[in-house]
Design a protein around this ligand. Structure first.
Ligand SMILES: Cc1ncc(COP(=O)(O)O)c(C=O)c1O
Length: 417
């Protein structure tokens, strides 16, 4: 059992201040949402200012300044092909929207048979029913088997546990051959392939070679299948570039954003798509409308927070902060890799992960509760994914703070294992 919830009264930068006087460092950006530090004064002020003008209005048939500003700010960062934007509430709904847009695109084109979805082993896309369906089987989805619709599941590029028994140094990304064969056989029935680009997060912080994503992109193009990039976690520079797809030079047909979009202040989802995807919805036939809307779609306070967060990217040395984190991750993971208790280390941008040797590897590993407790007792919030410990801090973390987190991890590995 995990310890009882800790009541947090205040948070600032990377620190959480508990009612009982404890100070805890947030090494996981509060479930991967926080970018520029807790209680960031610029984002807080933008929300307060917006709240005094207009908190929320319906976004169907209406629009407002903060939503328009956000659309144009995002356009500056995303690939020019992603011309359309659809707001929703969170990461799971951004994924639902992408899946539904892909399927309805072909339905509107009188190709109703082209409705199947392909997803990767170890994938995680959220907890709503559709997002759970495309996520791989896990303890999160197990009780809900009957509620999940069928999807095609293909290998991911989990190099440490290569699904086709090869080694990265000498392989040619043979793991993608399964997707290739599936698309060759059933491409005319498949609407989309959904991936977490370059980093499968909840599945164990699995970092893919860029070539894997590039090959998936070319296969999708060759078979007229949409590529959905779920950048819910990887978006907003977690992997070192604004979007993980940028690192691989890949442009998806649909892209899901959430988590860091508001700097971690308010929930918001956004799904971007290409003109081609959207074109099937431009029709006089009302049955071709995308009938999907959430009450808080395009909430003005969330838009104000997102605009303020993107202004911080414009005015502050955010990418220098990210590079400093990446350097420390590299140094510290290189040391940790030498320990006999460590099976693999993985890093991408601001994220560093350590897969510990375990006989019961996986989310339910017995190591997890011991590690979680150990870290908390030392004032560090880390939430291992079973036997995988990872660091994913807000970008404002200092070198000393990040090194301290790694010292505590080193201590845990040497003391507990
Ligand atoms: C890649 C990815 N997609 C979707 C989600 C779901 O986001 P949310 O929890 O905001 O619904 C997550 C959450 O961790 C995620 O990591």
């Amino acid at each position: 059992m995990d310890p009882p919830p800790i009541e947090i009264e205040r948070a600032e930068g990377v620190w959480l201040y508990a009612k009982d006087g404890r100070r805890i460092i947030d090494a996981v950006s509060s479930w991967w949402v926080n970018l520029h530090g807790h209680a960031n004064p610029r984002i807080a002020a933008a929300i307060a200012e917006q709240a005094q003008k207009m908190e929320h209005v319906i976004l169907a048939g209406f629009t407002h300044g903060p939503a328009e500003e956000l659309a144009s700010r995002l356009r500056k960062w995303v690939a020019p092909e992603l011309t359309h934007l659809f707001f929703s509430d969170d990461g799971s709904t951004a994924v639902e929207v992408a899946l539904k847009l892909a399927v309805q695109h072909f339905s509107n084109k009188e190709r109703r048979e082209k409705c199947e979805i392909v997803a990767l082993e170890h994938g995680y896309h959220g907890d709503t029913a559709g997002a759970m369906s495309v996520s791989d089987d896990s303890p999160f989805t197990d009780p809900f088997r009957a509620m999940r619709y069928p999807v095609h599941r293909v290998h991911s590029a989990y190099c440490y546990r290569c699904p086709v028994g090869l080694r990265r140094e000498s392989c040619h990304i043979e793991c993608v051959a399964q997707l290739e064969a599936l698309l060759a056989e059933r491409g005319d029935r498949i609407a989309a392939v959904i991936v977490e680009p370059l980093l499968q997060a909840a599945g164990g912080m699995i970092v893919h070679p860029t070539e894997f994503l590039q090959k998936v992109r070319s296969l999708c193009t060759a078979h007229d299948v949409f590529l959905i990039a779920d950048e819910v976690l990887t978006g907003f520079a977690r992997t070192g570039k604004m979007f993980a797809c940028d690192l691989a030079g890949v442009v998806p047909d649909l892209m899901c954003l959430s988590k860091g979009i508001t700097g971690g202040f308010l929930p918001m989802g956004a799904t971007l798509c290409s003109d081609r995807v959207e074109s099937a919805f431009r029709s006089e036939n009302r049955q071709h409308t995308f009938y999907h809307g959430h009450s808080y779609t395009g909430n003005a306070l969330a838009c104000a927070a997102a605009n303020a967060s993107l202004k911080i990217f414009d005015d502050e040395p955010v990418f220098d902060r990210i590079a400093a984190i990446a350097n420390i991750n590299f140094e510290r993971l290189s040391q940790l890799k030498e320990l006999p208790q460590v099976g693999d280390v993985r890093l991408i941008g601001t994220i560093g992960a350590i897969e510990l040797q375990a006989e019961d590897a996986g989310y339910l590993s017995a190591m997890r509760p011991k590690l979680y407790r150990f870290f908390l007792e030392r004032g560090v919030l880390l939430r291992p994914l079973g036997n995988v410990v990872y660091v994913l801090p807000p970008y404002v973390i200092s070198s000393d703070e990040l090194n301290h987190i790694y010292d505590v991890i080193l201590d845990a590995v040497q003391t507990l294992l």
